[in-house]
Design a protein around this ligand. Structure first.
Ligand SMILES: Nc1ncnc2c1ncn2[C@@H]1O[C@H](COP(=O)(O)OP(=O)(O)OP(=O)(O)O)[C@@H](O)[C@H]1O
Length: 317
């Protein structure tokens, strides 16, 4: 099968927020590691409020973006602002407005949970003890337990509860559920949803787990090779991808004869086409290429995003 060719590339369907409504704004943001471009002129504006999911294949530049946003790394060129502040000039006070949880869930292993929490409480003047207790309650952690005794899921829960108890305006979660079992994952997601319903915290959620994105995201952001490829509510992305099932008399046409093909699978003798940005005229095009019958099916977000991300690496039939 020849590599699929895309006829139409990603219209940016999200409404343009006013500059002051953005929690994150990048302009032509570029980060090079030697010859490798982790971010390639990224222009991104994430509006305040709700849950924004960032997805992308391995190496798309997600962690690099977070390092710049949190002021851990300088860009090669371009600019990045977080909560209206230049990411190169974040003060302690700015950092107090931002929470960050990644997959490592690293905490001082020799301390007890209540000792770690007491340290955090002193550091963050806006600490909300009720919120901490409510969220940590999802994870059944005892205050007198030592951090080194906690399971990975329990450490994730303590980290999330502490991050949200700081009452951040913006919380960045980078693969926070990696390695958690289904029960811990569910508790984590419920805690995130509780936080966003009860507070005005904006959440950036980065994950490869599409079922989490499906459950949480109000806005879907797709990065590819350090560039923005799509940003809209998840439903609008699903509307861009359609499934067509066709039966051919003899052989199926080459994919480059059909527009927008992301993926083709042969299942029980039928050809399943996932296509991007095609309307109902795709059916007659299948007929013109010899399809005996065809119908249009429904695509889940999971399938649509995975086909989009894998479109340059189409598997042979
Ligand atoms: N310290 C580094 N030195 C050299 N190259 C790096 C470094 N960090 C990242 N890269 C490269 O930059 C690109 C983007 O990496 P990054 O970790 O930001 O991607 P990612 O989207 O977070 O990937 P993943 O989903 O696998 O975590 C990759 O090609 C990676 O190899």
């Amino acid at each position: 099968m020849s590599a699929p060719s895309l006829q139409v590339i990603a219209p940016m369907t999200a409404p343009e927020p006013a500059p002051t409504d953005c929690v994150i704004e990048t302009e032509n943001l570029t980060l090079c590691y030697g010859k490798r471009k982790a971010l390639n002129g990224l222009n991104l504006r994430i509006p305040r409020g709700r849950i924004h999911a960032i997805v992308g294949a391995n190496g798309a530049g997600k962690s690099s973006l977070f390092r710049i946003l949190l002021g851990f790394q300088s860009a090669t060129s371009g600019s990045a602002r977080i909560l209206g502040r230049d990411c190169n000039q974040l003060t302690q006070m700015d950092r107090g407005r931002i929470g960050f949880v990644n997959e490592e869930h690293s905490l001082p292993s020799w301390l007890r949970v209540d000792e770690v929490v007491a340290m955090q409480r002193r550091l963050y003047p806006r600490w909300d003890e009720t919120r901490y207790q409510h969220i940590v309650g999802h994870f059944h952690v005892l205050p007198e337990q030592r951090v080194k005794e906690l399971s990975r899921g329990e450490r994730a829960g303590v980290n999330l509860a502490m991050a949200l108890a700081q009452q951040p305006e913006l919380l960045i979660l980078d693969e926070p559920t990696l390695g958690l079992d289904v029960v811990a994952k569910r508790a984590f997601l419920e805690a995130v949803l509780y936080a966003v319903d009860q507070t005005d915290c904006t959440i950036i959620y980065c994950s490869h787990q599409m079922e989490e994105i499906e459950r949480l995201a109000d806005n879907l952001i797709i990065l590819e090779r350090g560039e923005l490829k799509h940003m809209s509510p998840p439903d609008e992305f699903c509307e861009r991808v359609s499934l067509w099932v066709a039966e051919f008399n003899f052989v199926a046409p080459e994919n480059d004869k059909l527009p927008g093909v992301l993926q083709v699978q042969r299942i029980d003798g039928l050809f399943h086409y996932l296509v991007l940005d095609q309307d109902d005229s795709f059916g007659p095009q299948l007929e013109a290429l010899g399809a005996r019958r065809h119908y249009r099916g429904v695509v889940s977000l999971d399938r649509a995003v995975n086909a989009f991300l894998a479109r340059h690496h189409a598997a042979p039939l």
